[in-house]
Design a protein around this ligand. Structure first.
Ligand SMILES: Cc1ncc(COP(=O)(O)O)c(C=O)c1O
Length: 442
């Protein structure tokens, strides 16, 4: 199956070497692929090459971070300008870029709010949860079944739940990490996504201080409008903090993320990925009253302590500013929406051609599909069998030169062209023909 000369021998060799020094050969559990991940060597635009010199169209884009593609000119120019202008990539102390980027992001996400930069999405969700705890005085946090918020111990439960008992909104709590147990796990309250009745029932019973959600679960399963409105109303009425984790959706489902899509403003918003222009970053945007808990001029023990050597570093901020400015100019976001739509149409036509039932999902620069025509409104709606088939397709796509996380969404960028879309659909047709010829999708 696949391209005749496809070999990943060198990746295998590197993996054997990596295993000896890196646990599982990787620097992040999500980055592992069975039996071993391929190792990447270089990239340009929407294309990447592995160490065996196989070329792929990249739809992972560093888990959605690279909305302009790899090494876009504005980013590489910003990179050299940083050193030229500042003479360093790190001050470790206040600099003007923090104000410039802060104002730019607040102008889009919360005009009356304030912002604090971190170095990753995980740090952003961690800070948001700590702020919510400090503001409400409550330690329990509501999070949704199937939602991911980084390696944050306050939220590491039911990210990829497997317990089949958890159907119809009755959720069994499952830790996602060995140390997340006892009081850490007790303080996590797991809620059923898109289920107003059950969510209300649980929130009425459990004494939580905040509710955090991925407004698009896994980046593509949308919260229903009425669900988001219910959450906003309920949290306001009961004095709870509502947190949108927009690390995936920020600048991806819309320029203004889910806040713009739903026209609902939460108390706190977590950003990351895209706003770093390819470098490490995160941020929390929020209402002034909550954010001012971070003001170091407050009395000791009254302030929320948060700091970081690399917070607000001019390198990440400069690449982020260049990326956001490019994205919001020249209709560039619409261009990404256009190629995404063409990919959606192509995938749908291809699956139709092989008589495979499906539904297409995704907003802005995200595309995904499920192998069933039943509506999917939670992670639980995707059956294990369908996910297995999907992973099989995606694994074969790799051999055809399309780089995906098996079973996951396609992330698009300004660098993806119509020719990339056409090649992707041809690859999908080849893979589907092989799989259907072998009766593997029946
Ligand atoms: C919704 C969401 N929140 C938080 C994170 C964590 O971000 P990071 O990997 O930068 O720590 C991610 C990462 O994929 C994410 O998708």
């Amino acid at each position: 199956m696949g391209k005749k000369d496809y070999s990943i021998e060198k990746s295998h060799g590197l993996f054997k070497r990596a295993e000896a020094s890196l646990p599982g050969g990787v620097n992040g559990n999500i980055k592992f692929r069975s039996p071993f991940p391929i190792f990447l060597a270089r990239a340009k635009g929407a294309h990447i090459w592995d160490v065996d010199n196989n070329e792929y169209i990249d739809y992972v884009l560093s888990y959605g971070a690279l909305i302009l593609g790899h090494s876009h000119q504005v980013v590489t120019e910003a990179l050299s300008k940083v050193v030229r202008e500042y003479g360093t990539i790190l001050f470790g102390n206040p600099n003007k870029a923090e104000i410039e980027f802060g104002e730019l992001l607040l102008g889009i996400y919360n005009k009356r709010g304030k912002i604090r930069f971190t170095n990753s999405g995980l740090e952003a969700t961690l800070l948001a949860v700590r702020l919510a705890m400090a503001y409400t005085g409550k330690r329990r946090i509501g999070k949704f079944d199937g939602h991911y918020h980084g390696a944050n111990p306050f939220l590491l439960s039911n990210y990829r739940p497997i317990n089949p008992k958890s159907q119809n909104g009755d959720i069994e709590k499952e830790s996602d990490s060995r140390e997340v147990k006892g009081d850490i796990l007790d303080n996590i309250v797991v809620l059923p996504f898109n289920n107003i009745e059950k969510t209300r029932e649980i929130l009425d019973k459990e004494d939580v201080g905040a509710v955090i959600l991925e407004p698009f679960e896994d980046g593509y399963i949308p919260a229903k409008q009425e669900f988001v409105e219910f959450l906003r109303k309920y949290t306001k009425e009961h004095g709870l903090i509502l947190i949108f984790d927009e690390v995936k959706t920020g600048f991806r489902v819309r320029i203004g993320g889910a806040v713009e899509y739903y026209s609902v403003v939460p108390d706190l918003i977590c950003l990351g990925k895209i706003i770093g222009g390819g470098s490490p970053i995160g941020a929390v945007v929020g209402n002034q009253e909550i954010m001012d808990l971070l003001d170091p001029r407050r009395e000791k023990n009254d302030a929320v302590f948060h700091s970081g050597t690399f917070n607000g570093n001019p390198l990440s901020l400069s690449l982020g500013i260049a990326t956001v400015k490019e994205l919001i100019s020249n209709n560039n976001f619409s261009k990404i929406e256009k190629v995404s739509k063409n990919l959606k149409d192509g995938i749908s036509e291809s699956l139709d051609k092989f008589g495979i039932p499906h539904r297409i999902y995704g907003e802005g620069g995200i595309v995904n599909y499920t192998l069933s025509d039943d509506e999917v409104s939670t992670y639980r709606d995707i059956t294990a069998q369908n996910m297995q088939k999907r992973k099989q397709i995606d694994a074969s796509m790799l051999r055809e030169g399309v780089y995906l996380v098996p079973g996951s969404r396609y992330s698009l960028s300004l660098a993806h062209t119509q020719s990339d879309i056409d090649t992707t659909i041809s690859s999908l047709n080849i893979v589907l023909r092989e799989i259907t010829d072998n009766n593997q999708l029946k």
